[in-house]
Design a protein around this ligand. Structure first.
Ligand SMILES: [Zn+2]
Length: 141
């Protein structure tokens, strides 16, 4: 029996799941950074929308720190649907509701894999490079 080449196995796993792990790393970072809001599991196909989502999470965190308990923002789900961000929540202000609407619109022009300016086509928002590549492949690959 041939010995297992762990380095080779590791690099093949990373090739396949590296970007997925990058998303998990963001999940962990956001959970550590924002203590006043519960962050649901990010149901995304890449890391392109992280800056958009983080803006909302930051806002919710700041709001939750100061608001009355009955006004607290509870994020129920963060996911991709038909190539657009869906951010389901309750609580918060009228301004926060507006921010969420705006963020969801912006996502329709942002590549879900790499974050570059992109167009929503066929229920998917990805740039040219990332629509031919697999799961969340970056533009420099
Ligand atoms: Zn892209």
């Amino acid at each position: 029996m041939e010995p297992i080449d762990f380095d080779d196995a590791k690099s093949r796993v990373f090739e396949k799941y590296g970007k997925c792990m990058e998303l998990l790393a963001h999940q962990e970072r956001l959970e550590q950074q924002y203590k006043h809001v519960q962050i649901p599991f990010l149901e995304l196909n890449g890391i392109g929308w992280i800056p958009i989502i983080e803006t909302l999470i930051h806002e919710a965190d700041v709001w939750n720190e100061k608001c009355n308990i009955e006004d607290k923002i509870v994020i129920e789900q963060i996911k991709e649907k038909y190539g657009s961000l869906r951010f389901y929540f309750h609580g918060g202000s009228t301004m926060f509701r507006g921010m969420v609407r705006f963020a969801e619109q912006i996502s329709k022009n942002t590549c879900e894999a790499c974050g570059c300016v992109s167009k929503n086509q066929f229920d998917c928002t990805r740039c040219k490079i990332n629509s031919v590549n697999g799961w969340g492949k970056g533009k420099d690959e």
